[in-house]
Design a protein around this ligand. Structure first.
Ligand code: CTP
Length: 429
């Protein structure tokens, strides 16, 4: 195989294709990285494949070398360039590691440079995307989740694995995300990098997750919202310079840059938190799935089977979004979400009008791979001004940025929020 030359890692001339280092580590899903490589090259990117020694046990170097823009690199020592790790990292516009094994994530989180790929991710200032893939037991292990939390806090983008068939015939969470989804994330990040700081000085409140309405001390009524779209919105708003308050019913890693997290459970608690925070907000995004009804009585003790089937009497909760519409500050932009299964846009347009919001993000939750629990979504953004924008199936982070683009278009010029506050993340419950 032809050896790469030192000159192939000098900075590209202006106007050249964006450079993506594609890191491949040793997991069975390495074969999917071949498809990812092809997609990135087809999208016009200059792809430099870096394989770990273990990756070469799963997939042939020649395959990547034939498809990528440069031959495979795999060692700090087989290079004519004496410092390939820093060169690759410095000249990359983005580094994506797919699949990323538990070992790679641990080494990266610990800051250990034990080979060309770990050295490259430590030497780069470009965005880094990791796409974990492993068996469910390993994926769910606290050590792996802690390492991911560390990486996320440092601004590393994580494309979460999907559920499905794993090596050896097992099923569960840990399957590498589809190459199409990873390619979307990579292309989206490259488009945004450097991220526009168009929400600087703005205060953005985002609600996320499904509320829980207690029946007794151990049971509650809830819904299928995972909070993922709300978290993606909070992350995207923070990346665009906003001061973000996330009011959430779910426990997920705090997205990088989000400076306040308010944990709530019931619709009433969410109402109090959101209405309080909205008083000084420039933008409020109600991505949460708020219960419309709650039990009138909460049993003080656990209901027993021997008491017979409980007679649940429900009462309506406050429609927080409609209340926000009534209390709206001047210049404030309000965004609602409508998760629908039928007459999707008609029902969402009616909600847009009745709740008095600027934008309604419409989700057909019966469509494949969109809405609840998925990492991807497909939406239509309806505007009170009659606008309609389709966002085809993509990552929830991409959807978040599309929604925020519509928000930015509607914000009055100049920062209208309260005084800038410290940027340290704070949590309270
Ligand atoms: N919403 C809210 N407070 C509620 C119910 C809903 O703030 N008590 C918000 C949601 O956060 C979402 C929007 O209203 O942004 C639309 O929610 P949805 O459940 O689709 O609409 P509903 O008004 O509850 O109508 P329906 O249940 O009849 O579809």
């Amino acid at each position: 195989m032809e050896e790469p030359t030192a000159s192939s890692v000098v900075p590209p001339p202006p106007g050249a294709a964006r450079r993506v280092v594609l890191g491949v580590t040793g997991g069975i899903a390495a074969y999917k990285a071949v498809e990812l490589c092809r997609r990135l090259v087809d999208a016009g990117l200059h792809v430099v494949p870096v394989l770990t020694e273990d990756a070469t046990r799963f997939v042939g170097e020649v395959t990547f070398s034939a498809l990528a823009s440069e031959p495979v690199r795999r060692s700090l020592w087989h290079e004519p360039d004496p410092i390939p790790h820093t060169r690759l990292g410095q000249t990359a516009d983005l580094v994506v590691v797919a699949p990323a094994t538990a070992r790679f994530l641990g080494t990266y989180a610990a800051g250990i440079s034990d080979g060309l790929l770990t050295a490259t991710v430590l030497a780069t200032r470009a965005p880094v995307v990791v796409c974990p893939a492993m068996h469910t037991e390993m994926w769910e292990h606290p050590a792996v989740q802690d390492n991911l939390a560390v990486l996320r806090r440092r601004g590393v983008h994580v494309v979460e694995p999907a559920e499905g068939r794993l090596a050896g015939g097992d099923r569960g969470a840990g399957r590498l995300a589809e190459p199409a989804v990873i390619a979307e994330v990579v292309l989206g990040l490259l488009q945004r990098h450097p991220t526009p700081q168009d929400l600087t000085g703005r205060r953005v409140v985002v609600s996320a997750g499904g509320t829980r309405e207690p029946i007794d001390p151990v049971r509650f009524i809830t819904n299928r919202s995972s909070g993922k779209q709300g978290y993606a919105l909070a992350e995207a708003a923070a990346a665009r310079g906003a001061s973000v308050v996330l009011v959430t019913t779910v426990q997920r890693p705090v997205p990088p840059g989000v400076h306040e997290v308010v944990a709530v459970d019931t619709a009433a608690a969410m109402e109090a938190a959101v209405l309080g925070q909205a008083a000084t907000a420039d933008v409020v995004v109600m991505a949460a799935a708020v219960a419309d009804f709650r039990p009138v009585q909460v049993a003080p003790r656990k209901l027993s089977k021997s008491d017979g089937p409980p007679q649940l009497v429900l009462e309506p909760t406050v429609d927080i979004l409609a209340e926000l519409g009534r209390r709206r500050r001047r210049g404030q932009v309000l965004v609602g979400f409508a998760a629908e299964t039928h007459q999707v846009e008609t029902r969402a347009a009616a909600k847009l009008r009745s709740k008095g919001v600027d934008l309604m993000v419409v989700n057909d939750v019966s469509a494949p791979a969109a809405g609840f629990e998925h990492d991807t979504n497909a939406v239509v953004v309806l505007g009170a001004d009659g606008s309609r924008r389709e966002v085809p199936l993509t990552s929830k982070r991409q959807v978040a940025d599309a929604v925020l683009d519509s928000v930015v278009d509607r914000l009055p010029a100049g920062a209208a929020g309260g005084p800038a506050r410290d940027q340290q993340p704070r949590s309270r419950s």
